[in-house]
Design a protein around this ligand. Sequence first.
Ligand SMILES: [Zn+2]
Length: 363
Amino acid sequence: MKMCRLLSLVLIFFNFSFSQQHSRPKNIVIMIGDGMGLTEVSASVLSMENSPYKKFSNVGLSVTCSLDKLITDSGAGGTAIATGYRTNYHFIAVDTLNRPLTTILEHAKKLKKYTGVVVTSSVTNATPATFLAHIIDRSLDNEIAEQLTNQDVDVVIGGGTQYFLPKEFGGIRTDTLNLLNKILSKGYKLYTNPDSLLNSETGTRFYGLFGSECFPPASQRKYTLAQMVKKAIKELSKNKNGFVLMVEGSQIDWTSHDNNAVEFFPEMVDFNDAINTTLEFADKDKNTLVVVTADHETGGMAIIKGDRDGKNLKFAYTTKGHTPAMVGVFANGKGANLFNGVFDNYMTGRKLFNLLDPKYKFK
Ligand SMILES: [Zn+2]
């Protein structure tokens, strides 16, 4: 009888560790719609043909407060997702004593995975910075650029060339560092216009930096975030150990700061496309977790009018800043069921870390 019980316990244990092991994804794609609250997502579902949200079978709600403020910014908001820790307003992947917090991209490199970041803002902007740098003030773009070039990240796509170049080369660095030369000397390919990247076989780790500050708004851009994501995934998915990629629809936030409903639509459509492209890869690959969320809501947006078919939506905005409204967490793929429920923003980061490496310990 005793033997029988022991045997069944052993079997349960093996079964458990087997299923644990096999519910972990090889690849993780974290997609952040900056400022994309639930009204923004509702507008997408109601009115946009390419809205991806109904494709997700696991949905949670995240409480976005920073450690010290009810209403967060992308620094503290991004840090929670990138590191699994809450920190203070405007801080970038450091704790309240300015000690670095390991980012999920840094830990992925220890596991010999490839890592990447694709954004429509400067790559030094607060959200990408939380995955790529450690600094107490999000406004120190020059310093963030230098830290980024010391990181072992495989694919970087976004804007912000001015932070990589000294004044004599058209940048705004106050030192004499030419960080674009440094990138080249580290063996990266560097693309400074989108066509050259899209038309090339990259074949190795690369930077695509287009625009001195950021990409043009989606309404004026000739290329899409989805094209860039596709290019990044093509390179990153060559690693047999897998990859971790962060993608941001950065400018959704800016349209809501401006209370600009006209520009909001193309930014959301652009981000939707990037999500669809990623889901297509994940569907084929069957070993990729895709998590779509936001760092916070912007604009206190409400839908106050519109046709039954979702056309002619009219918005009211209650602020030009951020709000503490909860944001959605949409997940598909291995481990996606962990993202159901209502939880604090740093738990999104912790769930991602746990799926990346169950041995990773939080303090
Ligand atoms: Zn903002």
